[in-house]
Write a protein that binds this ligand. Structure first.
Ligand code: ARG
Length: 442
């Protein structure tokens, strides 16, 4: 490989083209307004750039060049002549690429925020449609206590709500305008950076030119937030995989989201969910790649920074793809309510209720816990469920048990009384849906 091809980035930074042109148009306007170049030259540059943008949209290719910045500049000069060379006055590719990245990422964050909200809406819709469906809740992958399926699913909507907060936060620091930092020291031309920032919708201009051309923290922040979104998707997918297995069999994924096996005709493999779970690792890898590029890198710009793009673009594409496919996967899953209820009968899910019952009668909880542990042991030996015990049997363990004790053992009742704030009772779950809907809109 020749060194020129080795350092080239056009094959991947081509996707910055629309942002590069947007930034250049704003820069040309500023150069003209500040009387750094004549207005008619600026106009020719802007017309030329606009035409290039249109052609690129139509699929026209750029001349082979080292990177997107050179490729567009060369194409401009080819079209309008040497006057096109005035565009690069008072700027460097170092502040130019920083600007392009910030413009690009700001847009991508907005797209990701929309995708996350769509997924949240799908989750809330499934939760509302299945609000009263009970299922076993797990800790340590062991049956713990009965919960509402809607409550469990909504946990993911809250994770995603925090993800949006992190992304908005990252967007905030992405939304600063670096152009005018030039190579690293700023420029001697009388530029108007705030005017460029206003044209491009940036909240402010960066304060230190050396920092501005060296900084890729905003990419790291995005990739960190993206890693956490992927973590949440991966956990959700893992549950979908488990829940649709024949052992659980409490949901069914729509056919589009499963594939058959090439050898076993009965298989409905949850490939989509598995791929999302699998891709998560690469997204973590992209974050580590970026951090490692920056670690120990002296100020200001070094060509190492060009290596920020492949991991960034991969994270953007993967995240958007995963979100876009998870939403319909959730929206189309079917809930096997009867099977969920049947599973609640196993595993002594209501044991805590029995202990709570004694506690309400004044028995210290620790003592009640011990008593119920012995009762569960007895049931295991007799091969019966807790709700199959007679009052006489219960009284053998503690004389304080009475008729009421048997009533607290119904699954619906158990869920109903978990009415503490954020708890699994239908009333509280409805409440969190209202709260979530309000927050999602803001
Ligand atoms: N292609 C380069 C990048 O992506 C653009 C900046 C090049 N600057 C330079 N001084 N070589 O970072």
């Amino acid at each position: 490989m020749n060194p020129q091809s080795f350092i080239a980035s056009l094959s991947f930074d081509i996707r910055l083209a629309p942002y590069d042109i947007l930034g250049s148009i704003a820069h040309a306007r500023m150069l003209s307004r500040a009387r750094i170049i004549p207005a008619r030259d600026a106009q020719r540059i802007i017309t030329g750039l606009t035409a290039i943008a249109k052609d690129l949209e139509k699929g026209k290719r750029l001349p082979p060049e080292e990177d997107i910045h050179y490729a567009i500049e060369r194409e401009l000069i080819r079209r309008i002549g040497p006057v096109g060379g005035k565009l690069h006055t008072a700027r460097s590719r170092n502040d130019q690429v920083a600007l392009d990245l910030r413009l690009y990422l700001r847009d991508q964050i907005d797209l990701v925020l929309c995708e996350i909200e769509r997924l949240q809406q799908a989750i809330v819709a499934v939760a509302e449609d299945n609000l009263d469906v009970v299922m076993p809740g797990f800790t340590h992958m062991q049956h713990a206590q009965p919960i509402l399926f809607s409550h469990h699913l909504l946990a993911y909507a809250w994770m995603l709500q925090r993800d949006k907060g992190r992304l908005r936060d990252a967007r905030h620091r992405t939304n600063e305008m670096p152009l005018g930092s030039a190579a690293l020291a700023g420029t001697s031309f009388p530029i108007d950076r705030k005017y460029v920032a206003r044209q491009l919708g940036f909240a402010q201009v960066t304060a230190n030119s050396i920092d501005a051309v060296s900084d890729r923290d905003f990419l790291v922040e995005f990739c960190a937030a993206a890693s956490l979104v992927m973590t949440h998707l991966s956990r959700l997918c893992e549950e979908l995989i488990l829940w649709s297995s024949s052992e659980f069999n409490i949901i069914r994924l729509a056919d589009d989201f499963t594939s058959g096996s090439s050898i076993m005709p009965q298989k409905r493999n949850p490939d989509v969910a598995e791929i999302i779970r699998g891709e998560t690792g690469r997204i973590y890898g992209n974050l580590i790649a970026l951090l490692t590029i920056l670690k120990g890198l002296p100020l200001s710009y070094n060509r190492d920074l060009q290596e920020d793009k492949p991991p960034l673009f991969d994270t953007v594409d993967t995240l958007q793809g995963c979100l876009a496919v998870t939403t319909p996967m959730i929206a189309t899953l079917s809930v096997r309510a009867e099977r969920m209820r049947a599973l609640c009968a196993r595993g002594y899910l209501v044991a805590t209720e029995l202990a709570d019952y004694l506690t309400e009668k004044g028995v210290p909880f620790r003592t009640a816990h011990g008593t119920v542990k012995r009762i569960v042991g007895y049931c295991e030996k007799q091969h019966i469920r807790l709700d199959e015990l007679t009052l006489e049997e219960l009284k053998r363990f503690d004389g304080l048990f009475d008729e009421g004790a048997l009533r607290v053992l119904s699954i619906d009742q158990v869920v109903h009384v978990k009415d503490s704030e954020g708890g699994t009772s239908p009333r509280r779950v409805r409440q969190q849906i209202t709260q979530l809907k309000r927050l999602m809109r803001s």
